[in-house]
Each structure stands twice: as C-alpha cells, then as structure tokens.
Design a protein around this ligand. Sequence first.
Ligand SMILES: O=C(O)CCC(=O)C(=O)O
Ligand SMILES: [Fe+2]
Length: 198
Amino acid sequence: MLFKNEVIPLQMPDAEVIYYPSFFSQLETDQLYQDLLQTIAWQQDDITLFGKTVPQPRLTALYANNNKPYSYSGIDMYPKHFNPTLLKIKNKVEDETEHTFTSCLCNLYRNGQDSNGWHSDNEKELGERPIIASVSFGAERIFHFKHRRDSSLKQKLILNHGSLLIMKGDTQKHWLHQLPKTKKDIGNRINLTFRIIY
Ligand SMILES: O=C(O)CCC(=O)C(=O)O
Ligand SMILES: [Fe+2]
C-alpha cells in the first residue's frame, strides 16, 4: 500500500504532535472497528458546563489496568478492565511510542452532530506533560488545534480510519483541540485516547 507506515510530524510551535495516517492495515482496521463497536460498554453521560447539565454529545467508556478514576467536565468515570481488543491496540501503540499506558478513554461519535468541544487534556492526574495516543476508526472527521495565546496559530487535519495521532510534550499546556460537528451525513466514528493516569 502506497502510504503505509507514513509518519507526519505536524509543524506546531510549543507542541509535539505526530500523525500516522495508516497505523493499522486496512483489514486490521475494519476488524478492530467492528470489535470495538460491539464490545465496548458505551454509555451516555450528562455533563455540567457553566452550571447547565446536558447529555454529552457522544457516548464514552473508560478502560484501565488499575482502578483509578478519571474526572473531567463534572463527570467522574470509573474504569473497566481492558478487554482483548483494547489490549491488542494498546500493545501496538506502546511498541511504537515506547510509553506504557494505564488507561483508555473511548469516544463514540454516532453521527455528524456528535462532537467534542474545545479543551485540552491537562487534568492533574495526567501529570505535567501528558502523552496521549489517539486512535481513530470509522467515519473520517476533521480535528482542530488552536494555540491558547496566539490566535494566528491553528492547525487542522483529517483523522482517518486506522490512524494514530500522538500528542506529547507541551501540547496540552499551549494548545486546545476539538472535534467539531459536521453537516455531512456520516455514521459512527470511534476514537480511543490512551493515557497515563497517575
Ligand atoms: O475524538 C477525538 O479525536 C478526540 C477525543 C479527545 O480529544 C478526547 O477524548 O480528549
Ligand atoms: Fe482531548
């Protein structure tokens, strides 16, 4: 395959972001996508932002090899133990990144109206310079970055079926990211963010 194993470091000041458009083979990607759709315990949570409680615009699940909870946007999530599909993906991601992850926050975007608003993953339990390995399956979606202080600094990319995006170093400190809604008539997208929760 033409672009297999391509590694693209994004040109972003104050950040370390690397994109692998086809981290998994086509066949493996299709199989993993189906497995994840069926085996992850997808749940719908409410989030509280600025005192208002609304359903989160996506389904989520938390998996880990420990019992440490993860809290964001007023939600406390308690992990289930990694299942075989997640362990397979985790092992491949760990071989590439040379980091060992404890936890995985899973997102299911059911259609173009599901989204993930501007944020950075800078919760205390992720440590000083979080490393996040983000794997995507299913519908392609656009992913945006913007610098916290310099509004001229922006970046966007399409996250492919079977891709890996690594965010590390000072990325979370200096940049925000989002997965915007789209009017396109698209179906499910699954995103897994492997993290180290201390
Ligand atoms: O769905 C994505 O690609 C991003 C997910 C994300 O930013 C997060 O879960 O913190
Ligand atoms: Fe994030």
